[in-house]
Structure formats: C-alpha cells, structure tokens
Design a protein around this ligand. Structure first.
Ligand code: LLP
Length: 415
C-alpha cells in the first residue's frame, strides 16, 4: 500500500532546482504533474473513507490526462465522468466501469456512451432530469441508472461552482422518490446522487452535512439501493497559511449525517486528488514599475509572464488565489502584479502581492495548478496550449506535447 504522505504539499516543498531543469528542457509555460503525489492523495482518501466500505470515484474533469487516469485507477479508485469524452478517455485508460453524470447531455454524448455500454463497458448513468430518463428509455438503455437530486443546499469556493441548490442540477428533491419508483420498471436503479459544489472548506461542513442527511432520508424513503453518492468538492488549501481539510472528520461527519441506509456511501472528489500534485512554470519576459513608491519605499511592479488566463483560467474566472514562487532568486519583496500575455484585464495571476521583485528571465512557479489547470486551458488569442510533463518516482517524461501554431488552424476548412 502506498504511503498517504503529508496532508498538504505546499509550493515551497517543490525542488526549485528540479523545476528549473524541467523548464530548461521543455520550455515554458509548462505544467508539471507529480504522479507520486496523486498516489499519496488517493491513499489519504482511501484511508479516511475506508474504501471497501465506501466507494471513492475520481471526478476526472479535474485532470483527464492519461497518466493521471491510469495512476488513479491503479490506486483503486473509480471514475466519475461528465461527458462522453471523459467516459471514452477513462475507458481507454483501462477502466472497465465508469459513472457517467449526464448534465443536459447532448444526443451525441448519449449515443457514444450507450455504444460503449452495448460493447460491454459497465456504465452507471446518473440522470438529473425526467427528460434524461426518457431519452435513455427511448434509446433502449436498461442498465444501471442513478437519479441526481437537487438537494436544495449548496456550498463551494465561488458562486460559479456552487451547484447544490441550483435548478440546473438534479431532479427537485420532492419529486425524486417518485422518479426512482417509476424508473425501477425499466432500469436497474442502483443509486441516488447529489453534489453540493466545489472547494468545500471546513466552514461549509454544515451545508455538506445537511445535504448528506437529506440524501440519507431519501435513501430510506426509496428502499434498497447499491449506493448513495453525496458528491465531491473536498477543498484544498490554496493559501500558504490555510490548513488542510480534516478528511477523517469529513468522512465521519458524512457517515453520521447519512444515518443508517441500505446502500454503500459513495463520494466523488476531483480536485483533492490532483490540485497539489501540479505546478505551472512560467517565465518572466517584461518588468515595469507602475507608480511612485508606496509608504514603505517599495515601488509596485508588473511582471509580464508567458502563461496567462488561457493557460490557467482559475484566477480570471473565479478570482482564485494561487501561490506564486520565484524559483530563480530570493530578493527583497515588493508589491508585484503577475500578468499574462492576453489582451484582457482579467489576465492576471495576482495583483500587488508582496513577493521577491522579479527580473526579466526569472522562472516563476504557480502552485496548486494540478486541478482544473490544463483542463480549462484554451487557445484564445491564438495561443497554443502548453506542454505537460509527469514525474513518476525518479523519472520525468513528457505527457503532452506543446501545441503548435499549426495545430491552431489544423481543423480550418479552406474554401
Ligand atoms: N461531482 C460532480 C457532479 C461535479 O460536478 C464535480 C465538479 C465534482 C464531483 C468534483 O468536484 P471537486 O472535488 O473537484 O471540487 N473549475 C472549477 C471547479 C468546477 C467543478 C465542477 N464540478 C474550479 O477550478 O474551481
């Protein structure tokens, strides 16, 4: 069994020399993912939730790279997928059973997933609307079905990722029992499902508990099921001084709130597995002083870097905090704004944050970039997506090539 490692890996714990070597060899911007840390995170989850008694399914949307999927599968965790693409990638990475949580699924997604199911893959489809159930019925699906419930309570690090109470997600709580009963006629109804949101901290535990207790009540009302899935969303400390979530306490609170049910508890964390297993390396190309010195005599600077909101979207989209470390040299601190190359004001990694004054050519590392980093990268501004390397034991290898300018136009059709 793998060791579970420390509860958190901070940006300061990465070897500056190793990261500098990787930037030299592969260029920047570069995602670095440490598979050993993914294994440690998987092990900590397994230990806290007592796998065997609980099912832990990795929400693959956090990082769908092949190496990560294989690592999580080998660590004994299941896979929760949000699209046909994720289902196909998980199956291709060696999973023979996956959960497909279908949110307003396009017809093509349903067709692709059901083709895989007909070919022998074990797929549990989680339907969050009466319409989705009807469309599965129309397509002749009679396999494992779970009903996603809107638990009426949500939580998360930002309103944009608080799903639990939003009408978009799940069947209204008080209609769920009827839908389960109705679906039993045509499907193998194996579970009920709800998800509060993403980035749940210790402060959100009351909301989590409330969600779980409602799911326990529903489970007791609908009779025997294989699982009650209470979602993922376990937060990680993005700030250097933030404490990690006490996973054992979350697991205990979850069990207690669920109460006695004739079903297995299931959880589906994404971020927790991969966030602190990844850093983003970026090189400073422009430095300028912006204003007169502040009261302490320090002049704020803007440091322009080669990664931007197209490489790591989270700061622009959610005002998310990511630690930033200068790997080149320790220098006196001053207020630094780290800005990308995209023509949008949102393209900032931090604003006037005290840190060693960067110089042109310095290498910066951005922490906790392993979850929803590469996954949310885009080619806006015709900027190719970065490369990714994975570290595994003592070795490092290229996991994903850097996109090229030719890739950007490869699908264009000439007239
Ligand atoms: N289960 C369901 C049904 C979900 O929708 C999600 C995330 C998860 C599990 C996993 O949540 P996690 O454990 O990773 O927090 N892009 C945002 C996060 C969006 C999460 C969407 N759903 C971010 O960068 O913070």
């Amino acid at each position: 069994m793998e060791a579970a490692g420390p509860a958190v890996r901070r940006l300061a714990d990465w070897s500056a020399a190793d990261l500098a070597d990787l930037a030299e060899e592969y260029g920047t911007p570069l995602y670095v993912t440490d598979l050993d840390r993914v294994r440690e995170n998987a092990e900590r989850l397994r230990a806290a939730f007592d796998v065997g008694d609980t099912e832990v399914r990795y929400a693959v949307k956090a990082h769908t790279g092949r190496a990560v999927l294989e690592t999580v599968r080998e660590a004994g965790l299941g896979a929760e997928c949000a699209s046909a693409g994720e289902v196909v990638r998980a199956l291709d990475a060696g999973y023979d059973a996956v959960q497909y949580t279908a949110v307003n699924p396009p017809a093509e997604d349903l067709d692709i997933v059901l083709d895989r199911w007909r070919d022998g893959a074990t797929v549990t489809v989680v339907a969050g609307a009466h319409d989705t159930v009807a469309r599965l019925r129309e397509r002749g699906f009679d396999g494992q079905l779970a009903i996603r419930v809107n638990p009426g309570v949500g939580a998360g690090h930002h309103e944009k990722v608080t799903t639990g109470g939003h009408a978009k997600f799940g069947v209204p709580y008080d209609r769920a029992a009827d839908l389960v009963a109705d679906a039993r006629a045509d499907f193998d109804v194996v579970g009920i499902h709800a998800h509060a949101g993403s980035g749940i901290s210790g402060d959100d535990l009351d909301a989590h508990r409330e969600l779980v207790s409602r799911m326990g009540e529903l489970a007791r009302a609908v009779g025997p099921l294989e699982f009650v899935d209470v979602g993922g969303g376990f937060g990680v400390p993005y700030h250097e001084d933030e404490s990690p979530l006490d996973l054992a306490a979350v697991a205990e609170a979850t069990r207690e709130a669920l109460g006695p049910v004739d079903a297995t508890l299931a959880v589906e964390p994404g971020r927790y597995l991969v966030a602190d297993a990844g850093v983003l390396l970026t090189r400073v190309n422009t430095v300028k002083a912006v204003e007169d010195a502040d009261a302490s005599g320090a002049v704020p600077v803007v440091a322009g870097v080669d990664a931007g909101m197209t490489t790591l979207l989270r700061p622009a989209m959610y005002d998310a905090y990511h630690a930033i470390r200068n790997l080149t040299e320790e220098r006196p601190e001053r207020p630094v704004t780290v800005a990308g190359p995209v023509c949008e004001t949102a393209d900032l990694f931090c604003e006037e944050r005290p840190m060693p004054a960067p110089r042109r050519g310095d290498l910066l590392a951005i922490g906790n970039a392993g979850a929803y980093g590469y996954e949310m990268a885009s080619t806006y501004n015709s900027r190719p997506r970065p490369a990714e390397v994975v570290r595994d034991g003592d070795g490092t290898r290229l996991a994903r090539e850097r996109e090229t300018l030719a890739d950007l136009t490869a699908l264009e059709v000439e007239r």
